[in-house]
Write a protein of this length. Structure first.
Length: 159
């Protein structure tokens, strides 16, 4: 019998909301980046999404979920969340703001429900891959279910 994985906050939230998802685990001694993980797992870059956390001029935090091989367009991102500008939070602040560590950050189950924008290309897939809330774990789920769970919206926020 396979050993039962410990559930992350992200999985508990999906369970509570009766959202169907799959998990995938992989060996991860040291997180490099999402592209490295996708290559290791044989996943497509377009279907694999990273979670970026920004802070706006007003001091508010915003979450952006974009394909791992893309860069966020800060002007488009700021406009989408109604800020004059946004910038990435410092790596050292990720845990304090989200409750997660770099490489294990997922839009699900952060310390607070921050405004979340998912790159509109996610809607092209039945299932996208996001972090599972800890290194070595991913969640595969329908992007519409993700948006519903995090109160997110879809928009074009990449360069």
């Amino acid at each position: 019998m396979a050993k039962k994985e410990n559930k992350t906050n992200a999985m508990r939230i999906l369970d509570k909301n009766k959202i169907s998802y799959r998990i995938k685990t992989y060996e991860c001694d040291e997180f490099i980046d999402g592209i490295h993980i996708a290559d290791m797992n044989g996943d497509s870059y377009e279907q694999s999404f990273k979670t970026l956390v920004t802070v706006g001029k007003t001091g508010g935090y915003y979450v952006f979920v974009i394909p791992i091989d893309q860069e966020i367009d800060m002007k488009k991102a700021a406009k989408e969340v109604g800020e004059k500008s946004v910038e990435m939070i410092h790596v050292k602040d990720i845990n304090a703001v989200t409750g997660y560590i770099r490489g294990g950050c997922t839009p699900l189950g952060m310390k607070k429900l921050y405004p979340t924008v998912i790159q509109e290309s996610a809607k092209n897939f039945e299932e996208i891959i996001i972090s599972g809330g800890k290194l070595g774990m991913q969640i595969l789920l329908n992007p519409l279910d993700l948006a519903k769970t995090v109160n997110g919206k879809f928009a074009d926020v990449i360069k």
